[in-house]
Design a protein. Structure first.
Length: 369
């Protein structure tokens, strides 16, 4: 069915121009509506259009067809696009965290990295490793580890904000931001006796900075300001052979330490360098089963370590022990002429982790397991 608008009569189309304004408006609308089609007129229009296309050149028709295809594709493409929301500050922060930057601290996404790979199946994996260890050896002395793995989510969620290890919390360990030198007396004294040896090997390494911005073997870490470099001998329980060959005496010293965590993803040993003006953003370590030892190699003034809200200063040739599962930060506010703050960092076992527990934790958190 086709709606047909009737043409206005001749008398209507000859309406006087001097009619009132509202009359003129009415007449204009009637004149526009007068352009209607009858069935015969519509048929003639279509026939004329078809004949026009027949008379056109084939090249012109091809061009029109191409433009038509492009127009249809453009409409389809635009229609599929989702509207873009305005970017907010929170969205940028969430994006940064998703890309591995949290509080200015960079985390890798390697599947081998137990610290950085957070997933729902971690507790099940740890429990499976514990069962495998118990089958090979014994369940004796595994009470705290079993309890910690079984209720890991509850422990981590209920911890006060001052201490929140990111990966594993062993319950019933004494908690304190700093430890006395007597906590691991043998290893502390051994490191301090070899202060000059470690310092000499560092100075040899550091000379390479005069030739290039970041020499081979060094790693630059993300910081809100300044520069923080690390040179790893042991990284998450894995020896770095090329770096160890460049510091042979320091590497051999690690083998003489009684409580060094060497076969465990929570074990690290490195030289840490802060340039003047550097601030390390507050962050938590992965676990409370270790204590981190800093042997001061170069300690200018205006440098501090803050753990659990308590500040401490480094001293050259002296060890500083702390629990890095507490919220901690470090900064160097000295002048450029003061030079960098340099420490030799090594992870030692928490003194209240028993020998049987250390053996089991080495098995459960073995690199690559």
């Amino acid at each position: 069915m086709v709606w047909v608008l009737l043409r206005p009569t001749r008398t209507d189309r000859r309406a006087p121009l001097h009619a009132p304004t509202h009359r003129g408006t009415t007449m204009s609308l009637e004149w526009l509506m007068g352009w209607s089609w009858s069935l015969d007129g519509l048929r003639d229009f279509i026939a004329t259009g078809i004949q026009s296309f027949r008379d056109c050149d084939s090249t012109a028709l091809a061009a029109v067809a191409c433009f038509l295809v492009l127009f249809v594709w453009y409409c389809y493409h635009v229609g599929r696009e989702q509207p873009r929301a305005y970017t907010t500050v929170n969205a940028l922060m969430q994006s940064a965290e998703a890309n591995g930057v949290q509080n200015g601290y960079v985390y890798c996404h390697s599947p081998e990295c137990v610290r950085c790979t957070h997933h729902d199946g971690l507790n099940q994996k740890l429990y499976h490793n514990l069962q495998e260890y118990a089958k090979r050896y014994s369940w004796s002395g595994m009470g705290r580890i079993h309890k910690g793995i079984r209720e890991q989510g509850r422990y981590l969620n209920s911890r006060p904000s001052i201490q929140k290890p990111e990966v594993f919390f062993l319950p019933d360990l004494p908690t304190t931001p700093y430890f006395s030198r007597d906590a691991q007396k043998h290893d502390v004294e051994l490191l301090e006796r070899n202060f000059q040896t470690i310092l000499c090997e560092f100075e040899t390494l550091y000379k390479a900075f005069s030739n290039c911005s970041l020499p081979q073997g060094w790693k630059m870490n993300s910081t809100p300001s300044g520069e923080w470099f690390t040179f790893y001998l042991v990284n998450q329980g894995m020896c770095v052979p090329r770096n160890c060959r460049r510091c042979p005496r320091t590497y051999r010293l690690l083998g003489s330490l009684r409580t060094c965590i060497g076969n465990n993803v929570f074990g690290n040993a490195c030289i840490s360098v802060l340039s003047p003006g550097t601030v390390i953003a507050e962050h938590y370590g992965p676990t409370n089963i270790r204590i981190r030892c800093h042997l001061g190699l170069k300690t200018p003034s205006n440098c501090e370590l803050v753990v659990g809200g308590e500040p401490q200063c480094w001293a050259e040739g002296r060890c500083l022990l702390f629990d890095d599962s507490f919220l901690h930060t470090a900064f160097h506010e000295g002048a450029p002429e003061d030079g960098p703050r340099v420490v030799f960092m090594v992870d030692l076992w928490h003194p209240n982790v028993a020998a049987a527990e250390r053996q089991a934790l080495d098995f459960i958190f073995a690199p690559g397991r």
